[in-house]
Design a protein around this ligand. Structure first.
Ligand code: PLP
Length: 450
């Protein structure tokens, strides 16, 4: 029962609820019949979620779950200040972004102020996929070249261009065979299970990148750009080896290409120590893409770049988004930034993230199935292996652990190309008690054996 774990809102709210998890299969069949999204359901019967509050979700029967996987709702669910700001703006104006209104000027300025000096031109869109698609078009327009480098096993979106640079086999099994010829994937620097291990392996990994660049040089085509997340998201927020991005950016820039940081998951304070992921690698990109957390669930994305890069699209192409940067979207964006600052959420990510990571590392000492704990702040990964030498991915065990966690009141899903990683990315308001509850729940899920 719940009391076997530790007191937390999840346990307390569910204390009286000893009944098995309710069946949501009727609505699930309806969804599967009519919602045309080939969504993988990691749970046999996913809970039907109806409400959220802070880092908690409530299903149709009022059962409470700790949301450890939602990196969209950065501030937490149903934040009253955000709700009030949206309601007020909706009651005044929401319209096609073609018009001129104050929120768009204020929000673009705020984003430019947050970005490194010189990156002061902002495009507003509705999602991370759109932002990354636009960024590839910017690289093409600015350089007049077509070739893009990307990291293997990364995800950048579903639109034609962002999908082309996404080579995550777990998300898209055809990713490697259906790639257009302008896409050049480079070995991802996985310092845990890749060909080179440890934080000092950057120069070994950079060989593949420079070889790909040389091959492009030899064909005389030139390079348009290099897109990468500043931490290895798909592997559970694993840090890139020291100096990897600096080396990659140098090599790409020497050949006239642009360097793009996909901050859709990691940016906006999630890493705790840094607001932007690229700061952890000591580099400054030419283009930054953001989405997810910047809208706290509202569809909002952005591309931030230098003026001369932005202007190249005006010469070589066209950009207009009807709802991208609408009055409501801009008010959402501004209010999210205000709340992040006023509630010290980046600092909370750092403090509670450290506590959570320490708890997970303690578990690792007792359970050999945990091969590693990756990441920093509230972007952590727990990797399960059968044998710390062999590193065989414990895929089935990870699925079982997720089912057990759900029964204990924690929403989590397997990730990575072997689906053997728990990628932990809760709202940044995560309370210390909730972090402790998660560690206890994982301990219980592991104790039951396999
Ligand atoms: N880039 C990264 C790193 C992502 O994780 C995602 C989504 O998971 C995207 C881009 C695409 O964002 P969206 O789903 O908002 O289109």
């Amino acid at each position: 029962g719940w009391s076997a774990i530790c007191p937390s809102p999840v346990a307390l709210l569910n204390a009286a609820c000893e009944a098995p998890r309710p069946d949501a299969s009727a609505l699930l069949s309806l969804r599967n019949a009519h919602f045309a999204k080939p969504q993988k359901h990691y749970y046999e019967t996913p809970p039907q979620i109806e409400r959220g509050w802070r880092e908690f979700l409530f299903d149709m029967h009022g059962r409470c779950y700790l949301d450890m996987v939602n990196n969209v709702t950065t501030l937490g669910h149903a934040h009253p200040r955000l709700t009030a700001a949206v309601a007020q703006q909706l009651s005044l104006l929401n319209t096609n972004s073609r018009f001129h209104y104050s929120a768009v000027a204020e929000f673009s300025e705020r984003l430019a102020m947050l970005a490194p000096e010189g990156l002061d031109s902002v495009f507003l869109v509705n999602s991370g996929s759109e932002a990354n698609d636009l960024t590839i078009r910017l690289a093409w327009a600015h350089t007049g070249k077509k070739n893009m480098l990307c990291l293997l096993e990364a995800y950048h979106g579903w639109t034609v261009a962002s999908d082309a640079v996404s080579t995550s086999i777990a998300d898209n099994p055809q990713a490697l065979t259906t790639r257009p010829d302008w896409v050049h994937p480079v070995t991802s620097p996985n310092t845990y299970r890749g060909p080179f291990r440890g934080p000092d392996s950057a120069s070994d990994y950079l060989v593949d990148l420079t070889n790909k660049l040389q091959a492009i040089d030899e064909k005389g085509d030139g390079v348009a750009g290099f897109i990468a997340e500043p931490v290895y998201g798909n592997a559970g927020g694993m840090a890139l080896p020291h100096g990897y991005l600096a080396g990659a950016y140098d090599a790409v820039r020497q050949r006239g290409g642009l360097c793009i940081a996909d901050e859709v998951q990691v940016g906006y304070g999630r890493l705790g120590e840094h607001f932007w992921g690229f700061e952890s690698q000591g580099v400054v990109p030419d283009i930054i893409t953001i989405a997810k957390g910047m809208g706290n669930g509202h569809p909002l994305g952005a591309v931030i770049t230098r003026r001369e890069i932005a202007e190249s699209l005006e010469r070589e192409g066209y950009f207009f988004s009807s709802a991208g940067g609408s009055p409501v979207s801009c008010v959402v964006g501004l209010t999210v930034l205000d709340i992040l600052r006023d509630e010290n959420l980046q600092e909370n990510a750092s403090v509670v993230g450290d506590r959570l990571k320490a708890g997970l590392i303690e578990l690792m000492d007792r359970f050999p199935l945990i091969g590693a704990v990756h990441g920093t702040g509230l972007y952590l990964g727990v990797e399960f292996v059968r044998g710390r030498e062999a590193l065989t991915p414990a895929t089935e065990e990870t699925a079982t652990i997720c089912e057990r966690l759900l029964d204990l009141g924690v929403i989590m899903q397997p990730t990575g190309d072997h689906l053997n990683v728990l990628k932990i990315k809760p709202p940044l308001c995560l309370a210390p008690e909730s972090a402790d509850f998660f560690v206890k729940a994982l301990e219980k899920a592991l104790q039951d054996g396999f």
